[in-house]
Design a protein around this ligand. Structure first.
Ligand SMILES: Nc1nc2c(ncn2[C@@H]2O[C@H](COP(=O)(O)OP(=O)(O)OP(=O)(O)O)[C@@H](O)[C@H]2O)c(=O)[nH]1
Ligand SMILES: [Mg+2]
Ligand SMILES: [Zn+2]
Length: 211
């Protein structure tokens, strides 16, 4: 699926609740693969946490608010996917397939609303499928996942994927700093000064310890 993909549309929603670590894993993967990430905040009709998205916007990620119920955000979304190859990713149930069927109403796309036997937490899309856009470009629907493996990625590459922390790399006291507990860690110091997000540092620490 990854071949030729230019954009990663990372779908989040108020329900199922956002897992920041999952979002940050996708962002790290996109940075490493040199694919442009775009965050789609779907289901805005059931509420939205603006403080959460404001931080991502402040570090120059594009966030598009959508709702497939009241058709919100589709002009902006279609503008972004036009003439590009984009893959929709994100947790199961955030609305990836529903977004695609709203963009392409003539395609038959399986989503949870038409799958009568689906229960909460069941995955609906089981294979990745590519759809061509009439205006040029294509979009790929992918199965939802709960956890994301940053396979084979070394720790430096993971830190590098947190782009707002990138300028601080090499400024820690210890060369082999793990950015978890060391004194005079440039990343921890910057977060303690309130200049960067504590949550994002938590994701970074979690991911470098895990992989
Ligand atoms: N309230 C609300 N519900 C939505 C919206 N978009 C999708 N849904 C609902 O969310 C549920 C899941 O939608 P899907 O499109 O199947 O989700 P998915 O991300 O493709 O899930 P997987 O294929 O399992 O990964 C369905 O019941 C949709 O009707 C929205 O904008 N607002
Ligand atoms: Mg789906
Ligand atoms: Zn450090």
């Amino acid at each position: 699926v990854a071949a030729n993909v230019q954009q990663m549309l990372i779908v989040i929603a108020p329900k199922p609740v956002i897992t920041p670590i999952l979002l940050d894993s996708y962002l790290v993967a996109a940075e490493a693969l040199n694919i442009k990430p775009i965050i789609i905040y779907n289901k805005t009709d059931i509420g939205i946490d603006t403080s959460f998205i404001e931080y991502y916007e402040s570090i120059d990620y594009t966030v598009i608010q959508t709702s497939t119920i009241n058709q919100l955000g589709f002009n902006t979304l279609i503008e972004k996917i036009n003439d590009k190859i984009s893959v929709f990713v994100g947790q199961s149930g955030v609305g990836k397939s529903t977004l695609i069927s709203t963009i392409l109403p003539n395609e038959e796309i399986k989503n949870q609303s038409i799958s009568t036997h689906s229960e909460l937490g069941k995955h609906t899309t089981s294979n990745s499928t590519l759809y061509h856009l009439p205006s040029g470009g294509s979009i790929i629907d992918s199965p939802g996942i709960r956890e994301f493996g940053l396979w084979h990625m070394d720790k430096n590459k993971i830190v590098h994927g947190f782009k707002e922390f990138r300028p601080l790399i090499g400024q820690c006291k210890y060369k082999n700093c793990t950015h978890t507990h060391e004194p005079e860690c440039a990343l921890i110091n910057t977060v303690n000064k309130g200049l960067l997000s504590k949550e994002r540092l938590k994701s970074l620490q979690y991911l470098i310890q895990k992989f």
